[in-house]
Design a protein around this ligand. Structure first.
Ligand code: SF4
Length: 204
């Protein structure tokens, strides 16, 4: 049976490497496709090698892989809100998974999740993609040279009651971005550092 959801990969057990749930065992579900095109994006969300699954097939595959019963799935992409809907949310919920999602915040959720990470992309807000998600669980800003104190102040005002993280971009200028991230947190104490610890400890 050919499903509605174009899935790049489903994998685990692994560890959430970023944000407030760093270090937490989980599964990952990665969808194909994104509505943005960040120049530094390090994620393969292209249709090559992707598979179409039904909601039931995704839920069953998650259960089969979740051999230690973390019953937590991080849904990502690409941009997962483009495919996330009530049918899939219900199929996964019935299997007793807690759902975390990582979104760029420019698309409204068509079905609820338990934990929503918005990783906004500041360079797009001035053009066509404004933030539509107003109440995420956490906000995680990836720091490259375009992110400065004013950027953080903008998100502080936009998300006054949200956990806030800055995360150095892990490109060829990582050491430079890390130093800037440390300085930004020092100057803006309501923010915390998030590192891509899964990469540091050799996980995907
Ligand atoms: S929003 Fe995320 S997935 Fe999409 S291009 Fe940017 S970094 Fe990559």
């Amino acid at each position: 049976m050919v499903g509605n959801y174009l899935v790049k990969e489903i994998f685990g057990p692994t560890i959430q490497g970023e944000g407030a749930y760093t270090g937490t065992p989980c599964m990952f579900l990665r969808f194909v496709g994104c509505n943005l095109a960040c120049t530094w994006c390090d994620t393969d969300f292209t249709p090559q090698g992707a598979v179409r699954y039904t909601a039931q097939q995704i839920a069953t595959k998650l259960c089969t892989l979740d051999i230690h019963h973390s019953r937590r799935v991080v849904i990502t992409g690409g941009e997962p809100t483009l495919q996330w809907d009530h049918l899939l949310a219900e199929a996964i919920r019935v299997k007793q998974f807690v759902v975390h999602m990582e979104s760029n915040g420019t698309q409204n959720l068509k079905a609820p999740v338990d934990w929503l990470t918005v990783s906004p992309k500041p360079h797009f807000h001035q053009t066509s993609h404004s933030l539509t998600v107003l109440d995420p669980s956490e906000c995680k800003v990836v720091v490259d040279d375009t992110v400065n104190q004013e950027t953080l102040q903008f998100y502080e005002a936009f998300y006054p009651d949200t956990l806030r993280f800055v995360q150095p971009c892990m490109d060829n200028n990582y050491d430079h971005h890390l130093q800037r991230t440390i300085a930004l947190v020092t100057q803006n104490p309501s923010w915390r550092i998030s590192l891509q610890t899964h990469k540091i400890i050799g996980l995907r």
